[in-house]
Design a protein around this ligand. Sequence first.
Ligand SMILES: *Cc1c(COP(=O)(O)O)cnc(C)c1O
Length: 380
Amino acid sequence: MKSPASLVRPSVRRLHAYTPGEQPAGRRWIKLNTNENPYPPAPRVMRRIHGVPADRLRRYPHPTAGPLRAALARMHGCEVENVMVGNGSDELLALATRAFVEPAGRPAHNPRPDDASRCLVQYFDPSYSLYPVLADIHNARKNPVKLPADFSLPSPKALEAGGKWDFRAALTFITTPHAPSGRGYGRGALEELVRLHAGVVVLDEAYADFARENALDMALHYPHVLVARTFSKAYSLCFQRIGYFVGHPELIAALDKIRDSYNVNGLGQEAALATLRHLSYYRQHFKTIVAEREKFRNALTGLGFQVFPSEANFLFAKPPGRPAEHWYHALKDRGVLVRWFRDPKVKRFLRITIGTPAEMAHCLRILRRLAASETARSSK
Ligand SMILES: *Cc1c(COP(=O)(O)O)cnc(C)c1O
């Protein structure tokens, strides 16, 4: 009898899966580790979810999420054919990898093995750590290109000079605003870059609602650009898994062909539809979160943290004194969960989601005490 592991494709056996942030149960945490919105969905969204009749659950949801796509199209001033809804934007990023990138490494099945760009998933490093996993699952080639130390968007000239960026890559993911740094990328700079690309470019705008600008119009102007949005972060619906792409109808149609027939759950469609009718509720909270972000950034700077400017609902900060890992554990021991990445490029930083003003005040009290003990330590 063969070992069960030998039944698994070697590329899957070797695969390192995506590591999600902790979702602890039990004890009441101040949870600032996965960029969730600290405010609940609008009351009317909850009523809509509660009001779904039992008889509706018995039947399949809308197979193409038609009503939700129509509402999104109206909001963005485009056609239903420009919009595709997914089980979270994560699903859409995976579908894009499968639809636009040729798997590599099987010469017999690959008519032009020399054309490496067709097998290429390209992204900045660091950015969303799901992209390399999606490439590995698909057996695609990866092209992680290092960002400058301040995580700013490199100019096309700088990318050309670097010699590593491939403007012909089959698929390029750009996280904007950038994660995990929170840096906002200007629309103009993105356009300058995107225009030079021959393959598909996905602008992953998970945090666009907290930013000054977004690039959604580029998805309607350039046939090779897709913009990814999600109801998770800004619209308090992580649990429901609703994301969407806006882009050219032919790219959308290609993705639509390869998705599961009922990829978007019914309660999620209902919740997202109700969300779009109450945007003013959410916009109030964006303002509160952005104001709190700026306040917290100033406070952190005052404590000796090095903090990047952010256009998202989180801050990326290098603590003073002992390594970030130490601070992560010290905070966790005191009931505050933040994100720390082991990756050498970012291990000097903590990523802190912006919670309610009360949560941030509590977090700050703890950080003040920790910073004071760092100061005492260093003056010994
Ligand atoms: C959270 C996040 C996503 C995934 O969002 P879902 O819609 O919940 O799948 C995608 N991209 C980035 C950069 C994110 O931070």
